[in-house]
Write a protein that binds this ligand. Structure first.
Ligand SMILES: NC(=O)c1ccc[n+]([C@@H]2O[C@H](COP(=O)([O-])OP(=O)(O)OC[C@H]3O[C@@H](n4cnc5c(N)ncnc54)[C@H](O)[C@@H]3O)[C@@H](O)[C@H]2O)c1
Length: 346
């Protein structure tokens, strides 16, 4: 089989720790082009991952390379323009989260991919985490009964220890990031809860602050209350002010409490109402703290979906609906009202 031709736009941290090594390890693809506005980053990626051609302009790369796949690993404000340009050129797009900076952008990305007849996937890796997949099974099969409530959190000390540009990163500039911890971490959890519960979040209330970081015009600490279409209520916290990482989710159901990524050894703990507790050791979640971002299955899943022409787990509509929860939270924080996002969902 001819290998799929891959180009990566943005050769910073998520490219380095996930996209590049995972494409490199996949036998069905070839990393033929690397693009970054900082040329040395693209050169470095090329040197380490197969010698692909180096670009500083993504349009030039897409125009010239006859790509099958583009990974969009740029700052948030470029997700929509790069994805749309690639879709219009007939390329399958794997775009990092948050999908876009507005509903309109997300809609345009979906439309462009649809029109081209190509795939668009949003890289919500939390769906592929083994504890999350096991919890999804327990919920979907009805084993833990009706779900009443949840709390989910994603917090760590912030992107200065992660982004290739450290404390000078685009993550802290509203013009490029659009949102702070809510876009970086909160959207992971709105997507995760929609996936786990198998239903849409339709109402959102939020307090969103900038409390821990100086010299930034984006948020760093948020707590939201969420309600699903069937009346499950819960909280979502996203923060760059947690001195140690919290990436946990607790689900309170009729027959059990599920503790996901809450115990350092057992990534899923099921505490049944009968008194029995089952502890699963399923492998660790990708974490900034451990530096371990590979083995996410995101790239393998996307490549397989193209080769086998199967549905992607997180398509544009999914990415958009997870984004809408975050946009609803921003609106709630502004207006001091609970926001109903039902009519904005796909
Ligand atoms: N799925 C996850 O778990 C996860 C984790 C971290 C980051 N991300 C997402 O990945 C994206 C990138 O984040 P990061 O952590 O790699 O940031 P980063 O700051 O480490 O890297 C961003 C890179 O993009 C480059 N860039 C900027 N403008 C460009 C342009 N016009 N063309 C080409 N390259 C350009 C920068 O030079 C830099 O090398 C963000 O959207 C972020 O939210 C996802």
């Amino acid at each position: 089989m001819k290998k799929l031709r891959v180009g990566v736009v943005g050769c910073g941290s998520i490219a380095k720790f996930r996209h590049l090594p995972e494409y490199h390890a996949n036998q069905n693809v070839e990393l033929v082009a690397l693009c970054d506005i900082v040329q040395e980053r693209a050169e470095h990626a090329s040197e380490h991952y197969g010698g692909g051609k180096v670009y500083t302009d993504y349009k030039e790369m897409i125009d010239r390379e006859e790509l099958d796949i583009v990974s969009v690993c740029t700052p948030n404000y470029l997700h929509a323009p790069v994805s749309i340009y690639a879709s219009k050129a007939g390329v399958n797009v794997l775009c990092e989260k948050p999908m876009a900076t507005s509903k309109e952008e997300a809609d345009e990305m979906i439309a462009a991919a649809k029109e081209a007849g190509k795939k668009l996937m949003i890289a919500h890796n939390q769906r592929f985490v083994p504890s999350h997949q096991k919890a999804r099974q327990l919920i979907e099969s009805g084993e833990i009964g009706k779900i009443y409530s949840f709390r989910t959190a994603f917090g760590h000390p912030g992107p200065e220890g992660w982004s290739v540009d450290g404390k000078d990163s685009w993550f802290f500039r509203k013009e490029e990031a659009f949102i702070g911890a809510m876009g970086d971490l909160g959207v992971h959890k709105s997507d995760l809860m929609r996936y786990l519960l198998g239903e849409e979040i339709v109402e959102v209330g939020a307090f969103i602050e900038t409390s821990a970081k100086q010299n930034t015009d984006v948020d760093d600490t948020a707590v939201c209350v969420l309600k699903t279409e069937n009346g499950i209520v819960g909280t979502l916290a996203a923060s760059w002010s947690y001195k140690r990482e919290d990436n946990s989710t607790i689900i309170y159901a009729e027959k059990a409490v599920l503790r996901l990524e809450d115990d350092p050894t057992h990534s899923l703990v099921v505490q049944y109402a009968t008194g029995e507790t089952v502890r699963y050791e399923l492998g660790r979640i990708q974490s900034n703290e451990s530096g371990g971002q590979t083995g996410s299955h995101v790239i393998d899943h996307f490549v397989a979906s193209i080769i086998e022409d199967t549905e992607v787990l997180v398509d544009g509509n999914e990415g958009k609906n997870s984004l809408m929860v975050i946009l609803g939270a921003l609106e709630s924080n502004e207006t001091k009202k609970i926001v109903n996002i039902k009519n904005d969902l796909n």
